[in-house]
Design a protein around this ligand. Structure first.
Ligand code: SF4
Length: 498
């Protein structure tokens, strides 16, 4: 007998994005691509914590015991709770039309039921609508009229501990109603599709919207090098102009085609297959007075704020690294990593003021982040505010200096330090680090600071070692980039893009 397939809310929304993606998710549930990395797992865990906290907003509700391994077992208890007169049911579970849903909150009103979907977000996003709509569809199929659909999300105006409500609710009934008509047909198409061979779907913009598809590498060939789309900051109308002239790659752009200086440098680097360093670099670098401090922060942004004055997802500096280059060429290093679970800001502020004392120049890569962190620390720690605000005002952006003067063909249009370092300092690429991106660092910091009791002593030590190595690496590479820039500006023949 042919196997029949069931949908769930997450399967339905995956199928909405792409049938091929859903087919793989259902037929290869243990695919390597579906194993969450630390950053993605942290997002799932955060969603669960927000969901659990949201239940406190429904004090007299009946919570249905939900086991994700046996979801259908929750359907009968849900019906029993409703029949017994429950006014609010949490995790209310239904299975209709081969679709299973567990509604975060189902509330009884005089003329029907309110479906409330909880999201760990600070606003309604377009992808929330089908998610809520499929639930409303199944609840109505189960014989319960839905009078309103709400999205309950975190309130960005909330400040810990109690300024403004933590959650806010948006009535999305109209958006859901507009979508509801498509659900039955789409669900049956998905179920039919799952019973057959894997469908072919042409890759396109949907592969990254609303979420990056985990199977991108299976479907999408790596793009050829040096496409005109790599030109940093290029707008659609300029791209159209180039395409209309029959130009697809940067090396095809004729020398008389008007380009921004950055794009002209990019083209020159691609054509000459080498690093381009503009002659003005030396003058800019010579303007930085010693001691020069390289600064990098790592932040933690819990969805549920924990420290005074913090908002949901508000980025709180919890770690820094400072490498200081002195006039005689000596390099010194200071670093700080907060302990949990108290407010990390006072310790960070105090250690940072000491670390930056005497620095004539402060440099950061993508300095707007560091400037924001310095402002946040000054707000939270008024006793250090003068020194922190002075540091903020004297912080320059090393990224901008490189962007204005340096281009290597391997940057592929990006000045992220993760692109620049492998091209200019391959021996310092991030591959050998246990933590190699800011998102993972932030997730691990949250674990370390906000849930220290979940970690053994050994795990805590291991986490601290990884995080320290990562943050320190960011400022160590900036020291080497500055040295490289200074060397290039003084010893090598400079190559201008013009
Ligand atoms: S990469 Fe694109 S086409 Fe391939 S499964 Fe994912 S969404 Fe579908």
């Amino acid at each position: 007998m042919a196997r029949t397939y069931r949908l769930s809310k997450s399967r339905f929304t995956a199928g909405l994005q792409c049938h091929r993606q859903l087919w793989w998710k259902v037929h290869e549930p243990r695919a390597a691509e579906l194993r969450p990395d630390a950053a993605l797992q942290a997002i799932f865990d955060m969603g669960n914590r927000v969901g659990e906290r949201a239940r406190q907003e429904f004090p007299n509700a009946v919570l249905i015991d939900f086991d994700y391994r046996r979801p259908l077992a929750s359907v009968k208890p849900t019906r029993q709770a409703i029949d017994a007169g429950a006014s609010v049911v949490l995790e209310a579970s239904f299975f209709e039309d081969d679709i299973f849903v567990a509604v975060d909150s189902l509330s009884r009103e005089a003329d029907g039921w309110v479906v409330t979907e909880v999201k760990a977000a600070t606003r309604v996003k377009p992808q929330h609508i089908p998610d809520a709509a499929v639930q409303a569809h199944v609840v109505e199929k189960a014989g319960l009229p839905v009078v309103r659909v709400e999205l309950m999300h975190l309130n960005r105006e909330h400040r810990h501990p109690n300024r403004g409500p933590l959650f806010t609710r948006a009535d999305i009934s109209a958006e859901v109603a507009a979508f509801r008509g498509d659900i039955a047909g789409e669900a049956s198409a998905q179920i039919q599709m799952l019973a057959g061979e894997i469908p072919y779907v042409e890759p396109g913009p949907h592969c990254n919207s609303p979420y990056a598809c985990p199977f991108l590498d299976r479907c999408v060939e790596p793009s050829p090098e040096h496409l005109i789309e790599e030109l940093n900051g290029i707008r659609a109308n300029k791209l159209d102009e180039l395409r209309e002239a029959g130009i697809e790659t940067i090396d095809q752009i004729p020398s008389d085609f008007p380009l921004e200086p950055l794009w002209a440098r990019h083209r020159a680097a691609v054509l000459r297959e080498q690093l381009i360093v503009e002659p003005g670099l030396g003058e800019v670098l010579a303007g930085f007075r010693y001691p020069i401090a390289m600064l990098d922060f790592e932040t933690v942004g819990p969805a549920l704020p924990r420290w005074y004055g913090c908002s949901p997802f508000g980025a709180v500096p919890a770690q820094f690294s400072v490498h200081t280059i002195h006039e005689d060429g000596e390099v010194s290093h200071s670093a700080y990593l907060a302990d949990g679970p108290g407010d990390p800001r006072p310790g960070v502020a105090e250690a940072l003021v000491q670390a930056l004392a005497g620095a004539e120049t402060i440099l950061a890569w993508h300095a707007s982040v560091e400037k924001r962190c310095l402002s946040e620390l000054a707000n939270a720690c008024p006793e250090h505010a003068p020194a922190l605000l002075e540091a903020r005002d004297k912080t320059d952006d090393l990224l901008v200096v490189f962007k204005n003067h340096v281009y290597h063909p391997d940057f592929r249009g990006s000045f992220s330090i993760k692109n620049v370092v492998p091209a200019l300092l391959p021996e310092m690429a991030y591959d050998d680090l246990d933590v190699s991106d800011g998102q993972t660092a932030s997730a691990l910091l949250e674990q370390l600071l906000c849930r220290p009791k979940e970690l053994t002593e050994e795990q805590t030590t291991a986490l601290r070692t990884k995080l320290t190595a990562y943050c320190q690496h960011d400022t160590a590479v900036m020291v080497e980039l500055l040295k490289l820039g200074t060397r290039s500006a003084s010893t090598s023949p400079l190559i201008s893009s013009t």
